[in-house]
Design a protein around this ligand. Structure first.
Ligand SMILES: CSC[C@H]1O[C@H](OP(=O)(O)O)[C@H](O)[C@@H]1O
Length: 349
């Protein structure tokens, strides 16, 4: 079984996008070749591609694909065509800011190009740059974060913030990989992360394939393990970081509150592209997903017909519960407003 090294990539030979279908894991490792924006949008909605940084790369590559597949001969109608495709991609998932960030990075290149041919060339170049940057950023933030993990530590994580949530390497799991690469022994506790089980299906798959010690637990076991002293620190990814909160998979807030209660460090690992310093938490839409994701598990019915289901995909953890935020600009610590400003200036460390 191959390692999860590259989650999503551009194939220049066929001018298509290749991505691992994460809904098939852990049982099947399947790579999808995507040649249309509609198919890419479906893959994002179904979480075949998921994870904030991976969504940023998907958004970027999707706009490049739109530029290559538009058949509008007139530049204005071509640009309108690509704008519409960009809106389709942007609308697939509202919470992770990286998706819109990736879309906008390439859309800007298309809309400012002097010709259709130049627009296509610039779009592909920018999208590939977004993908390549993501892997480099994850490795850099991983190396910064590795210093936070003591040798022999047991690290609790939630959902999947690994290579599968990025182009490669990962954010929270990128920190774990960097610590292991530095020679440290690290034990991972992976919360299953209901209802789509990114933790059991994806984090365990990644860690097992790299021989990193991993133990799967139910989400509801985390507090007890913190209480018994079984957890040395927690580290999670992020989908959007505002001036007042970290948006991440539902359940993250619960772990942060418990970690604070038990004086356990609670870290967030995320690239600067996940920061949204324009909006406050109250402004952000938390994605609600389908009833069936909670009421069914495959063909096994878990809740009676007609029972109301609230399937929130994310929650918002107040920054005062976050010990530090690991980025490619360094490890950011409170006071965060100043730390964010210095990170964006490039003088954080
Ligand atoms: C490295 S960010 C990963 C982030 O994305 C996940 O959400 P989803 O699986 O719904 O895309 C989750 O919030 C992870 O922390």
């Amino acid at each position: 079984m191959p390692k999860a090294t590259t989650t999503i990539a551009w194939d220049p030979d066929t001018e298509s996008i290749l991505f691992i279908d994460q809904t098939a894991l852990p049982r099947r490792y399947e790579v999808v070749r995507c040649s249309s924006v509609e198919r890419l949008a479906e893959g994002i909605r179904r979480l075949e591609i998921r994870g904030a940084p991976a969504l940023g790369v998907a958004g970027a590559l999707g706009v490049a694909l739109a530029a290559l597949t538009s058949r509008k001969p007139d530049p204005d109608r071509f640009r309108s065509d690509v704008r519409k495709a960009a809106e389709v991609l942007r609308s697939t998932r509202p919470t992770a800011v990286n998706l819109a960030w990736g879309v906008d990075r390439v859309l800007d290149r298309v809309l400012t190009a002097p010709s259709i041919e130049e627009a296509r060339a610039r779009a592909v170049a920018e999208a590939v740059a977004v993908a390549d940057e993501d892997e480099a950023v994850c490795r850099t933030l991983g190396d910064y974060g590795a210093d936070l993990i003591p040798d022999g530590a047991t690290v609790l994580t939630h959902c999947n913030a690994g290579a599968l949530a990025c182009r490669a390497w990962g954010t929270a799991l990128g920190v774990v990989r960097s610590a292991v690469a530095a020679g440290k022994e690290v034990r991972v506790i992976a919360c299953e992360t209901r209802p789509l089980n990114q933790g059991s299906r994806l984090t365990c798959w990644e860690m097992a394939h790299e021989g990193i010690d991993v133990t799967l637990i139910t989400d509801s076991s985390a507090a007890y393990l913190m209480q018994t002293g079984a957890v040395d620190l927690a580290i999670v990814g992020a989908d959007r970081i505002t001036h007042d909160a970290v948006f991440n998979k539902i359940g993250t807030y619960m772990h942060a509150v418990c970690a604070r209660h038990h004086a356990i460090p609670f870290y967030v690992a995320a690239p600067l592209s996940t920061f949204d310093l324009v909006h406050m938490a109250k402004d952000i839409t938390i994605e609600e997903r389908s009833r069936d994701e909670l009421a069914w598990c495959g063909d096994r019915q878990l809740a009676p017909e007609g029972v109301r289901v609230l399937n929130l995909a994310f929650d918002a953890t107040p920054l005062d519960l976050v010990t530090a935020i690991v980025t490619e600009a360094g490890v950011l610590r409170p006071p965060y407003r100043e730390a964010f400003a210095s990170a964006r200036r490039g003088d954080a460390r």
